[in-house]
Design a protein around this ligand. Sequence first.
Ligand SMILES: Nc1ncnc2c1ncn2[C@@H]1O[C@H](COP(=O)(O)OP(=O)(O)OP(=O)(O)O)[C@@H](O)[C@H]1O
Length: 316
Amino acid sequence: MKGAGPAIECEAVSRRFGERLALDRLTLSVERGEVLGLLGPNGSGKTTTLRILATLLQPHAGTARILSWDVARQPMEVRRSIGVMPERPSLYDRQTVEANVRFWAEAHQLPDAAIAVARALAFAGVADRREDLVGSLSKGLKQRVALARAIVHRPPVLLLDEPSSGLDPSAAAAMEGLIRDLAREGTAVLLNTHRLAEAERLCDRVAILREGRLLQLGTPLQVRAALLGHIVEVELAGVVDAPVRRAVESFPAVREVWWGASALRCRLLNAERDTPDLVARLVSAGARIVAVRPAGDLERAYLELMSQPLPGSLAA
Ligand SMILES: Nc1ncnc2c1ncn2[C@@H]1O[C@H](COP(=O)(O)OP(=O)(O)OP(=O)(O)O)[C@@H](O)[C@H]1O
């Protein structure tokens, strides 16, 4: 491993296909142990970003680095450091699960390939299917094999293109759990997804692209707050009484408040910073809190962003 900087870095990375600018000066970074989700409509540049980082495409401008290795100038070092799960992993259907993963372990010239393969299969939950032909597996199991193959050399960086695409809810949840486990062990994960609820649960931060441009980058909470306002909803076990009203209305961070019989919504100056203090004030005013949640979700924030004119476009 090299350098102490971010595990994944893009600095003003651009890529054209003919006249079309697929990626427009993208700048972002992913730390070790972090999961960053790339979101955006079809054709917004998500796969292009992953392919550049995986050394499969050259950037036309800017710099992309994995563990400080430049993807354009040091592709071999980059390839050793990354695990890649393409959207359609090209597994060998006529070979067993184990043979598919072993092939990659050998390609990486791992000294203890058998141990590495066994560990990767166990981690991905397909050890009991190691003798089965990949062609006989369900889509979810194939995705798990693809993940086992991507991690067999224990790469510090993972690039995953729609890892849960086509999976049923339980299989998708299992995939989410595996990705979180890898991040907990220190792996930096950059993934593409169209599943916004999944991104909200799984990703430490999300980046929203549109027409190759980065429009939002932050925690799901920050992105929601930026697009939907810093609105928090609180549900109480009993009715709203005078001390509770006073506690909220005297809190300087509250810009606006809407009262329900046993609930309130308020706009805070900064939801991330002020929600804990709001809760503390409510509790000391005797409120019995059932739920506190930011209003809206990442999906609403995303749709709001997509309904706005693109900054710099004629309509903006
Ligand atoms: N090999 C290629 N040749 C020509 N154009 C390409 C190529 N790869 C991507 N593009 C174009 O670049 C743009 C970005 O494509 P990209 O695949 O990165 O989008 P995406 O955000 O991953 O989309 P999706 O959500 O549909 O997977 C699109 O306009 C696409 O048509």
